[in-house]
Design a protein around this ligand. Structure first.
Ligand code: ZN
Length: 453
């Protein structure tokens, strides 16, 4: 095996330079272009930077004993993005499997997709070495088809399940140096083939456009690209802001719960009573805000972090409602609301913004919020339930949202449900934490181990 690194030029369509959230699987593809070379396919991915042939890439391309590496293993490739995924992929990988998988493309001489013997052997070695690197086993090998449930990729292994079993077995031999039981190919049961709608980075089409226009209707800005049918970073940021505001798991993926909430809010906002909530918002608030400069950033939450930026406002534009002034790090932000009642945060520096009306400032005594906090242990408000998923036996219930330093209070078995009061970002888990109600008190479960029911 001879690996040549010929990395793609960083670009939005094939090398977005997004970090993988760990590696959970290696996915096998065919290039779907008989007789094409590894280099030709690499250049095809690279030319996607022009934006005229959509999103798509993979980490490796194999031709004979030659391997071209197109992306570092630590970066996300657009190789398994789909509007739907198999239940097995959602359970074992993530709700957006591009974020935790490495893709290998195999070249092939004809339309059956069957690789030649050398390409086969090289792919077996490459897959085994990747699995070994990430502490994975041969049952962490997937075909593209097994991840998305519909795509004819890898065609040969999709049409010839026994050849796939052989491939997995050969990788296992390379990995362990001995022959063991032949692993069963996934998906193993009928439920695994059930497809679930979810949209994430790299997706495109009419449904993405619909989600984008709905987010805009609900007051989430897409200032650069608008409803352009391409699910890029800007859309992901807006989805995250929406999820955060609606106490959904904040993953930037428009899945079942997020789509249902968007629909619910749109239905509500169409109802004749829609003026009531916004009226009550404006009566509570006491000022409005205007930007003094062009391109002033505003945030989904009280933060100065680039990743929380939702959009920008230009000079003279602003928000009709200023709720309060809050301290963020060493500086201040205003919590503001747009005409639809969606909350955002923006700098409170008078260099950049102008306020009309009086604003509630943070008071050191916090006389209004203290009594509420004091009562929190006696009655935490439930906002719904999660079901425990993604663990082999049970999930750990922790005393704080930090899996590296929390005390373990208890465990809860796979499939059980528990009431939640919300979700938080916490520390040391990109998936965040569910705030659960455990024995009447607030406790935490890692975000990936709960699914809202
Ligand atoms: Zn594929």
């Amino acid at each position: 095996m001879n690996i040549t690194q010929n990395l793609l030029t960083p670009n939005k369509y094939s090398r977005p330079q997004t970090a993988l959230k760990g590696v959970k699987a290696v996915v096998i593809h065919w290039v779907a272009n008989p007789g094409s070379s590894a280099e030709g396919n690499r250049n095809f991915f690279n030319n996607r930077k022009s934006g005229t042939s959509g999103f798509g890439s993979a980490h490796y391309i194999v031709e004979g004993n030659k391997v071209i590496q197109c992306l570092p293993n630590s970066e996300l490739a657009y190789h398994v993005g789909s509007n739907v995924y198999t239940a097995s992929a959602l359970r074992n990988l993530s709700s957006y499997p591009n974020n935790c998988t490495i893709g290998i493309e195999m070249t092939h001489p004809d339309w059956t997709g069957k690789p030649d013997a050398t390409t086969y052997k090289t792919t077996v070695e490459l897959a085994a070495s990747l699995l070994k690197t990430y502490g994975l086993k041969s049952d962490n090998l997937w075909t593209h088809h097994q991840v998305v449930g519909w795509k004819d990729c890898h065609r040969y292994y999709t049409n010839n399940p026994s050849a796939w079993v052989q491939f997995v077995s050969d990788v296992n031999k390379a990995l362990t140096g001995k022959t063991v039981t032949i692993p069963t190919p996934k998906p193993s049961n009928k439920n695994d083939l059930e497809l679930v709608e979810a949209y994430g980075l790299g997706d495109k089409g009419a449904k993405v456009k619909e989600i984008q226009s709905n987010l805009i209707k609900l007051g989430y800005k897409l200032p650069k690209y608008g409803a352009d049918s391409h699910f890029g970073d800007e859309t992901a940021i807006a989805v995250k802001a929406f999820q955060k505001a609606n106490k959904l798991a904040v993953d930037g993926i428009a899945g079942k719960a997020t789509l249902a909430k968007i629909k619910e809010l749109l239905t509500k906002s169409k109802a004749p009573s829609s003026s009531t909530p916004s009226k009550s918002n404006s009566s509570k608030a006491s000022g409005s805000l205007k930007s003094k400069v062009d391109g002033l950033r505003f945030y989904a939450k009280a933060s100065w972090d680039d990743k929380d930026v939702v959009g920008t406002v230009n000079k003279g534009i602003g928000f009709p409602t200023v709720v309060e002034k809050v301290k963020v790090g060493t500086a201040y932000q205003y919590k503001v609301k747009n005409s639809k009642g969606a909350a955002f945060y923006i700098t409170a520096s008078d260099k950049f913004v102008e306020i009309t009306g009086a604003i509630k400032s943070p008071s050191p005594t916090k006389t209004t919020s203290k009594p509420k906090q004091a009562s929190k242990s006696s009655a935490i408000k439930s906002v719904g339930k999660i079901k425990i998923i993604g663990v082999s036996n049970a999930a750990i219930i922790m005393d704080k949202p930090d899996r590296n330093s929390a005390k373990n209070l208890d465990t809860i078995a796979l499939g059980k449900t528990i009431e939640i009061s919300g979700s938080v970002k916490g520390s040391n888990n990109p998936k965040g934490y569910w705030e659960v109600i455990y024995k009447g008190k607030r406790a935490y479960i890692s975000g990936q181990y709960g699914s809202k029911v």
